[in-house]
Write a protein that binds this ligand. Sequence first.
Ligand SMILES: [Zn+2]
Length: 465
Amino acid sequence: MLSPPDARIAFIRANRERYLSELTAWIACPSISADPAYAADVRASAETAAARMRAAGLSGEVLETDGHPVAYGAWLGAPGAPTILIYGHHDVQPADPLALWTTPPFEASVRDGKIYGRGSVDDKGQVLMHLAAIEAHLRLTGTLPINVKVVVEGEEEIGSPNFEAFLARERERLSCDVVVVSDTAVFAEDVPSLTVSLRGLVHWELTVHGPAGDLHSGYYGGVVRNPLEALAQILASLKDPAGRVAVAGFYDGVRELTAAERADYAQLPFDAAREAAALGVPELTGESGFAPLERMWRRPTLEINGMYGGYQGPGGKTIVPSFARAKISARLVPAQEPEHVKRVVTEHLRRAAPSGVRVEIEAHGDVRAVETSRDHPAVAAAARAMERGFGKPPVFIGTGGTIGPVSSFDRILGLPQVLIGVGLPDDAIHAPNEKFDLGQFYGGIETMAYLYDELAAALPQGAPR
Ligand SMILES: [Zn+2]
């Protein structure tokens, strides 16, 4: 007789075709959250998720928000065991431009071991991995080693505008020990990886005011400070020639990379020259003393996102413009305090302004970077599960971007999070011909089946919930 884990894996392997047809049916529901014309489809997609939860042995219901609904299901039959909250989303990006799809976006098609369709990997397929793994546990043993709550959001692709309010309202229902997020990709095919850090985000709008209106540069050039020139001076003062941000206090709290982190990043297959060529730039640049992946994931940045002012129309127009404006943003790393960074950059911008102009600065955003220690027992458990599911220990990676719901979980629930996604970098999420590699899909289901065992063994016994 097979041991319970082996029996579950045999069950999962025997049901691959069914999982594929379930994913195909779910993809057929065009749950485009950005377009109000598809609101009924987003709701139908939440109903599909809830029904699939019930089929797996979870409770399954649709919970309302002020926007598109959330599908929620739980299995709480392991008193004393820890509780995990699994997050995914059921809404998808618009499918445009339609003409670039080889097969229709909402009629899934399997080619060369990949399933193509909008939402295949982002994120319906990855949600389904968990539901299939939970089902395998419950069908074969009637139980799970851990209590499980599953939240499948309907507005991730539009920036989760109602998710924080939902978390705050449902705080009790969602109480747990660890959050498991499956909406990310691995570093490369055959390089299993776990994301353990995400950068935060704050931004500014800087306006340099000069004369009350545009002036004739022949009459007034030479006596009135030019706001565009002043803006250029201010912006040029933000970095030193080595690419380091020259704002006093900007790096306060930033932790140096450990030798283990640097070694992890150094072993990843990353070719700076090839990357530069793919991006259409002659070389990768940035803060000296750090490798590109270190700069992308673990160093804060300050970027100018837009600059404008003066005459932009055809031909020439000889003026001293009345104002100039720039948009600036910073990506933050763990332990950087958003409010502190907003303050020191704002002070720097004011100090750097030359005489003869007035600056106006608005600072926005408060997204803190999120990090889960690679030594956290839940991360170690996820690494073991991934090694069992994919036959190789994962590498710990970061991501330079910001994942809204991850920041929200951090802010509202303050819990450790495990980011265990299995997409591939070339899955074309948000683009035509989005796909999910079936090896990743099936390996992901097995990984999740192991994950619940590993988390149950690694986490301290939970309080009743
Ligand atoms: Zn997603």
